[in-house]
Structure formats: structure tokens, C-alpha cells
Design a protein around this ligand. Structure first.
Ligand SMILES: NC(=O)c1ccc[n+]([C@@H]2O[C@H](COP(=O)([O-])OP(=O)(O)OC[C@H]3O[C@@H](n4cnc5c(N)ncnc54)[C@H](O)[C@@H]3O)[C@@H](O)[C@H]2O)c1
Length: 269
């Protein structure tokens, strides 16, 4: 444990993982704790949030678990109130929850479109509505929104609500960054590329008949660094953005993708 985030309180929405493995949310929560932050782990699945707190304690850190659904303003509001009651402040707001649905505008239902926007965009509207006044009163804070490279590039599959909602997350991030820049509140977005998380494995492995090596080989081919990312690549970027090392960094839309978003499809030779 080092102390890049010593004394800070981090509130992480989506701090669990859909399997008992590492995803972007639990890796980030643990990375924050390893750097000295005390971490509030919020998840719709309470057992998963508790598992992350267990990992934090194992790493020598401190955290609490809260159950809340990010599509509910009331539940977000209660989670924020509980955080302040327990720790007295919020220095880092990390919005990790995201969802996806297949299809373009013709195939997708209105219900699916709305569900994806509620989870990916409205949730951040609610968390920021609750946390910004607290950060304002404190004189600063760092907000990190987890977007995706699909917000700025095409990755081969139509997922219109995912593309559009993550693009909305990017501009939400930049607008909040500008509105609050002079008040010491920073707001940045991380755009994960092809990260090997349980959620991705659950959705993508069936296309490769469960053969994980085949999946890795195929998905890595289009990545300039020729590998998939790990949840720790996302967690380490988040630690930097949350820390005072990034005190002059705001409004950044930061791909963490092995170069994928820079690269046009080309003959591999
Ligand atoms: N894995 C990738 O390759 C990849 C790529 C680009 C972007 N992302 C983004 O990274 C983020 C996290 O991805 P992941 O694969 O680690 O996530 P994940 O699916 O494992 O989800 C993390 C946690 O969020 C919780 N959650 C889901 N819905 C919730 C809700 N309504 N309220 C509260 N908690 C909820 C889940 O229970 C889970 O514990 C998402 O925003 C996703 O869009 C991932």
C-alpha cells in the first residue's frame, strides 16, 4: 500500500463484478484502497459490493458496502447520504456502471434504448446532482466517468444505444469539467478498449465456442499493442485521475485501449 490517495474518500458506483473475478469496478475500488483511499463500494448486488470490501480489507485497506441501483435517484441519494454520514466527505466519485444492448436503430426497441440510456447516462446525472454540491462545499474533488472507445469509434458490431450513450457520457464529462473547473472539481472520462472482464467473456466467448485462447487471439489482432487490456489497466488510469498528480487534468477523454482508437483497419501483412 502506498499513499497517492491518502486521506481521500472514494465513492464507487458499480464496485462489484458480475462474477467472482476481477472487473473494472472491483479492480478500481481495490486500487484506490491500496493507494490509501477509504472506499465506499456501491452495487445493485450487495453480495458483490461486500466481496469487494473483503478484497479491500485483505489488501490492508478500509471500505464499506452499500446496495443501490444507479437508475434510482432515491437510492443514489441515500448512498451519498450514508457515505457522508460514515466518512464525512467525498473526494472521488467513480461512475463505473454501464450496460449494453445489440442492434442498430431499426432492430432495437424503444425499451432497450431507454434502459441503456438510464443506466449509462441518467445514472451519472443523478450521482453528479448529489455529489457536486458536496465537492463544492469542500472546495474540490475528482469525478471519473467510465465511458468506452465505442463512444468515438466503431468496433464492428451495431450497438446504437451503447455508442450514443457513451458519447453522451463524454460530453457530459467535458461540460461538468468546464462548469466546475474554477472550483477545484475535476471531471474526466476513461474509455476502455477491449478489456478482458467477466462481462465481456460472458457475451463474447460463445462466439468462439468457449475457446478463450481463440477469443484472445482474434480480438487482440486489431489492437496495435496486440493484447487485450486487463481491469488493472483501467484501475491504474483511474488512480492517476483521482490523485493530486492529475491536479491540472480536467475534461480529458482518455482512451485506455492499447492504441485501438488511433488505428484504422489495415492489412496486417
Ligand atoms: N469490459 C470491457 O471491455 C469494457 C469496454 C468498454 C467499456 N467498459 C465499461 O466499463 C464499465 C464496467 O464494465 P465491467 O465489465 O467491469 O462491468 P460489470 O458488468 O462487471 O459491472 C460492474 C458492476 O456494476 C454492477 N451494476 C450493474 N448494473 C447496476 C445498477 N443498475 N446499479 C448499480 N450497480 C450495477 C454489477 O452488479 C457489477 O457488480 C462499464 O461502464 C462498461 O461500459 C467495459
Amino acid at each position: 500500500m502506498t499513499d497517492r490517495l491518502a486521506g481521500k474518500i472514494a465513492l464507487v458506483f458499480g464496485a462489484g463484478c458480475i462474477e467472482d473475478e476481477w472487473g473494472n469496478g472491483n479492480a478500481t475500488a481495490v486500487a484506490y484502497a491500496r493507494e490509501g483511499a477509504r472506499v465506499v463500494c456501491v452495487d445493485v448486488n450487495f453480495a458483490s459490493a461486500e466481496r469487494t470490501v473483503g478484497l479491500i480489507v485483505e489488501a490492508g485497506g478500509e471500505g464499506i458496502a452499500i446496495r443501490a441501483d444507479v437508475t434510482s435517484h432515491a437510492e443514489i441519494s441515500a448512498a451519498v447520504a450514508q457515505t457522508v454520514a460514515h466518512f464525512g466527505r467525498i473526494d472521488i466519485l467513480h461512475n463505473n456502471v454501464g450496460t449494453n444492448a445489440p442492434g442498430g436503430p431499426v432492430e432495437m426497441s424503444e425499451v432497450e434504448w431507454d434502459r441503456v440510456f438510464d443506466v449509462n447516462v441518467k445514472s451519472i446525472f443523478w450521482t453528479c446532482k448529489e455529489v457536486l454540491p458536496i465537492m463544492q462545499a469542500q472546495g474540490g474533488g475528482s469525478i471519473i466517468n467510465v465511458s468506452s472507445i465505442v463512444s468515438i469509434t466503431w468496433t464492428g458490431h451495431p450497438m446504437i444505444s451503447y455508442h450514443a450513450s457513451k458519447a453522451a457520457v463524454n460530453q457530459f464529462t467535458r461540460a461538468v469539467a468546464m462548469q466546475y473547473a474554477a472550483q477545484g472539481i475535476r471531471c474526466n472520462a476513461i474509455l476502455p478498449g477491449f478489456i478482458e472482464t467477466p462481462r465481456v467473456k460472458r457475451h463474447v466467448l460463445p462466439f468462439f465456442h468457449g475457446n478463450i485462447e481463440k477469443m484472445r487471439e482474434s480480438r487482440s489482432r486489431s489492437v496495435p499493442q496486440k493484447r487485450l487490456g486487463s481491469p488493472w489497466d483501467i484501475a491504474h488510469a483511474a488512480v492517476y485521475l483521482a490523485s493530486d498528480e492529475a491536479s491540472y487534468v480536467t475534461g480529458l477523454i482518455m482512451p485506455v485501449d492499447g492504441g485501438l482508437s488511433c488505428s484504422a483497419p489495415h492489412d496486417q501483412g
